[in-house]
Design a protein around this ligand. Sequence first.
Ligand code: DP6
Length: 352
Amino acid sequence: MEDQFILHEPVTLVDQLSASWQAPSNIALVKYWGKHGVQLPANPSISFTLSDCKTITTLTAIKAVKHGFEIKLDGKLKPSFAPKIESYFKRIISYSPWIKEYYFTIETTNTFPHSSGIASSASSMAALSSCIVDLESQLTGTDIDLKKASFLARLGSGSACRSLEGKLVVWGSHDETSGSSDLFGVDVSQSLHAVFQDYQDTILLVDKGEKTVSSTVGHELMNEHAFAKARFHQAHSNLTAIKECLYTGDLDGFIKITESEALTLHAMMMTSHPYFILMKPNTLSIIEEIWAYRKETGVPVCFTLDAGANVHMLYPAAHKDTVEQLIKSKLAQYCQNEQYICDAIGSGATAV
Ligand code: DP6
């Protein structure tokens, strides 16, 4: 299966070439938590692609005797990013062997603050992989292959493969999603109901510090996890059910599954060995406020969490003003420096 991504077309090597792409972050509704082999998910996941939280990357390749790279964030060299990029290049080189002939300069910038606690690995690996397939298309004279970009992005960071194409993306083999694969993300937004087309995601920045336990370690802890089998099984049925809600516009059903998935993700962390907690007291305060507000007003706003303390508030665009008022009057006080980021559904990577 992986073989389909090995480059077979002849390449004409040139001395220098470059490409610039932007790719957004994404927020999972059914979560990827647990993996095996080389970046293969233990269960299928589904996410909304975001719009404003993104990485913009320029990749310049210069023909060289030895492959190598340097990486800059906001114009400054970032040697601390090198190990992750190094292992990414090692994993992708057999699929795009021309990489061996070049020295790369990766210049990258994020639209969200680096220390906001928002994972930049999804948007950055998606942007870098888009640049790689762009260079490959220049060298071969073939079309840019965003499916291959998703495949390569997965090898950098699993969730990154959901940031390439489409508003709603499934990654991981799922019986009831045609074309789904463990190897890359597939766009399943064709039948997305109107109410979700311009859905909002306001990210409340509860804690901007470094995470105490990385996602990589968290995934590993699912290997020996007492509840792993049941959890992986549940993800399949939640995916079937949430797709139905997303296609029919069933907001109540959507809210139930989305919030349950967020709490299940954190429940897995709390029941790992060693166990850990990434939520903060303010995370729980915000969740309680959201529940009280929903009960009182009937506004269909819900929350999800990623592997951290920040809270993503998801709601229809029609309720933007009222939710903004709630945030300003009650929720901002729980955020670090009262900071939050307003984002909405977007549709993936684009050349810049
Ligand atoms: C909780 O994609 O960051 O955000 O593959 O090790 O890079 P690696 O992990 P990563 O894990 C994301 C986990 C999650 C849920 C999700 O996005 O599905």
